[in-house]
Design a protein around this ligand. Structure first.
Ligand code: ADP
Ligand code: MG
Length: 247
């Protein structure tokens, strides 16, 4: 298979922090429309891997290819423009703006936040906001101030803000942390919906949740891949039980 058949091809990727390899010669391929879950003990390098893919951290060596383009030397904002969306653990929504306005300012207009606010709301933007609001289950909340949303709804809004950019790869770091069990169920449905149009990488600890959403699971340990495959296979792997699931 050539690299263009994958949504993402990470090859021999390494990053050292003062000689400590947080990611160590890691190779990983994600298919188009795949929902991949990355699990592993604390400190395994999961968040660092997403940081390298989105450009927050620079790789020491190796390759990251997305849409047949090498990313390792590319600035973070250019990776966003190319179609990479990353949700961090803490939400960064505009609490004083409505749900509608939060989505509207995220529409890729090439303007600053303030420019986008002054920008006349066209039918095209309205339609995009409506479609994303349906995806994230917040159609009834479009007029609500974002600060008044529940914790889970804020997380969905932030996912929606990323969806406004129509990313071809969306990465989420522990998206259900702090959510109620109902919110977790709705988030699983949401992720299953949105991976129909893009590849999604999720870092998660909750194994019930992982089981519900994962097409494939990658287990990381000490900056390397310990195991990879369908959930049942990974769960039965002695080494995985030893370093992670057994605890
Ligand atoms: P995980 O998300 O799997 O819990 P992280 O990717 O956050 O793990 O961290 C992997 C390792 O890399 C940890 O030992 C962490 O302390 C280290 N690390 C991460 N980022 C940096 C950094 N910017 N500088 C130095 N060490 C870092
Ligand atoms: Mg982490």
């Amino acid at each position: 298979m050539s690299n263009t058949d994958f949504a993402l091809a990470v090859e021999d990727l390494t990053v050292s922090f003062d000689g400590f390899k947080a990611i160590d010669a890691l190779t990983l391929y994600i298919d188009k429309n795949e929902l991949r879950v990355i699990i592993g003990p604390n400190g395994a390098g999961k968040t660092t891997l997403l940081d390298l893919i989105c450009g927050k951290t620079k790789a020491s060596s190796g390759s990251i290819k997305f849409k047949n383009t090498e990313l390792t030397k590319m600035a973070e904002h250019k990776r966003v423009r190319l179609g990479i969306g990353r949700k961090f653990q803490t939400p960064s929504i505009y609490e004083n703006l409505s749900v509608f306005q939060n989505l509207e300012v995220s529409y890729p207009s090439g303007r600053s936040v303030f420019g986008a606010l002054a920008f006349k709301c066209t039918d095209q933007v309205k339609a995009a906001v409506q479609a994303v609001a349906e995806d994230i289950g917040l159609v009834d909340k479009l007029g609500t101030e974002a600060g008044l949303l529940s914790h889970g709804q804020k997380q969905w809004l932030e996912i929606g803000m990323l969806l406004m950019q129509e990313p071809e790869l969306l990465m989420l770091d522990e998206p259900i942390a702090g959510m109620s069990s109902r919110e977790r169920e709705l988030t699983a449905d949401l992720l299953k919906r949105i991976c129909k149009n893009r590849a999604v990488i999720v870092i998660e600890h909750d194994m019930e949740f992982v089981k519900q959403i994962a097409h494939k699971v990658t287990v990381m340990h000490q900056g390397k891949i310990l195991a990879e495959g369908p959930m049942e296979k990974v769960q039965a792997d002695e080494r995985v039980i030893d370093v992670y699931l057994g605890h």
